[in-house]
Design a protein around this ligand. Structure first.
Ligand code: SF4
Length: 102
């Protein structure tokens, strides 16, 4: 083994270390962004990719202060919702209620 081989081995090891470091940086950053996005989705509306559970939507089978599913933009006749999974009552309500336009 000559001096050039030692330099090449050291350089390759250094590159691998940098790659692992960059991977970890990207992974940690990605996880932080994903967590923030998930938290944000929980605090406002559910993610567009799927429906949320009745429990997370705070769904109830009765109206709330005059608001009910039948008067919500997300209601799908006869007993569905584009946001909440499962059958719902037209007289139900959840925290994602959005009134139909007047
Ligand atoms: S009030 Fe909630 S459960 Fe009812 S239709 Fe609207 S979004 Fe769906």
């Amino acid at each position: 083994m000559n001096k050039d081989d030692d330099v090449n081995h050291a350089s390759a090891a250094s590159n691998r270390a940098l790659s692992r470091r960059n991977f970890l940086k990207v992974s940690v950053t990605g996880a932080a962004i994903a967590s923030a996005g998930g938290l944000s989705a929980c605090m406002s509306r559910p993610m567009a990719a799927g429906k949320t559970t009745k429990a997370l939507a705070l769904y109830q089978g009765k109206p709330n202060r005059g608001e009910r599913c039948a008067g919500c933009t997300h209601f799908e006749k006869p007993n569905g919702c584009e946001i909440v999974v499962g059958a719902i009552s037209p007289n139900g309500w959840c925290r994602f209620h959005e009134p139909l336009p007047a």
